[in-house]
Structure formats: structure tokens, C-alpha cells
Design a protein around this ligand. Sequence first.
Ligand code: FE
Length: 233
Amino acid sequence: MDPTRRNVIAAAGVAVAPSLSVAGEPAHDHGHDHDHSDVPSDPALRVKALESLLVEKGLVDPAALDVLVDRFEHRVGPRDGARVVARAWADPAFKQRLLSDTPTALVEMGYNADQGEHMMVVENTPQVHNLVVCTLCSCYPWAILGLPPVWYKSAPYRSRAIIDPRGVLKEFGTDVSPDIEVRVWDSTAEVRYIVLPERPIGAENLNESELAALVTRNSMIGVGKALAPGATA
Ligand code: FE
């Protein structure tokens, strides 16, 4: 952990390792082979501590935090991203704008996203399959996909998406033939990637809302493909 964060957490009154002990367990000075973390085991505890500190110092308004949390928990979700993908499938000119200047195209659809200036859409084609990860932590295009799935934040996904992307795709049940290039995009605090999946065969005559129903969250992360017409998620 970086020393600054450690100081903040310590200042917030939260015990930090190595003295940390989990309720009902001794401190971690015994011999066993699982991974230890040098941060408190419960991220919620850390978040709460930081929040209390920021509120106490008058740096954030708790009501504003509630609005933000509510927005990302209940109002923003993968359906927003699916609308964008469907528009791109239905309107080639919009697709071009989306690929060349994602933030502006998102604003055009009413997504005046907090992270909009950092977003980039990458297109799947018959030659290229794109996969998105954040190897460092959990950077994700929240503004149009909502909260990231738990597995996206997991250490195995974050490492294996880079080391063995085809193996990961296979585990998600996604077949990408060996002659298709797999490109892995490592998200950062600066750039968040969204995959534009290929439009499924047989979807040519569907309208935008019918098309949006074929777009899964996983297809916009790249671990899956869009659904075939008539299939259900
Ligand atoms: Fe991250």
C-alpha cells in the first residue's frame, strides 16, 4: 500500500497490518499458505473509514455520496451500453463517430458521463476480438455499464486475461477461432474501454430496441458475444 493511503487509513482510526486481526482469529503470524494482504480484510471497512474522515473534514457531503451510490447501483447499468451498441449497429454514421470520438458520440445519446472524456469503444470484426481488463484494479466504464461484475475485479481474471486470454474466453463459453486476433485492452484511470460486439447474423431487420436486447454486459467487456436473435440471456 502506498504510504499516503496507509496514513489516511491510520488517521481514520482503522487498524492496519501487521497488527490486523480478523474477528475470532489471531493476528496473521501463524504459518499457512494462503495469500495475505497488508490491508484490512474488509474493503467496506476501509471505505467507511475514508468516508467518515472526508465527511468529518468537510471535503464531501454525505448526501452527495448517497446520490452517487444510488445512481450507480440503481440507475446506470449495462442497458445503457446496450443502447449505444444497438445504435452503432443500426446507424453506420453513428458507429463511425462512436469509434473515432467515443465521448462525443455518448453525449449525443444523452450520456453526459463523468468518465465520458476517458472512454474508448473498440470494435470486434471478423478478424479481431477485443477483451477488456483492468490489470491494476477494477477500472471500468461505469458511466454506461454500471458497476463491474465481481469476477472483473478478481485477481485471477485480471492476470489471466493478459496471460491466457483465449483460455479465459473459453471458460466464459466464448469460441474465438485461432485465426482471429485477440486484443486485450488494459483499462486505466485515464481510459476505459468498451467493446462493440459484432452484430449477430439474422439481426438485420431488427429495430434499435430489439437489437439492444441482444447486447449483454459480457459482450461489451469482450468475454462474450452478442446473443443471436431469439436467444435469451
Ligand atoms: Fe483499475
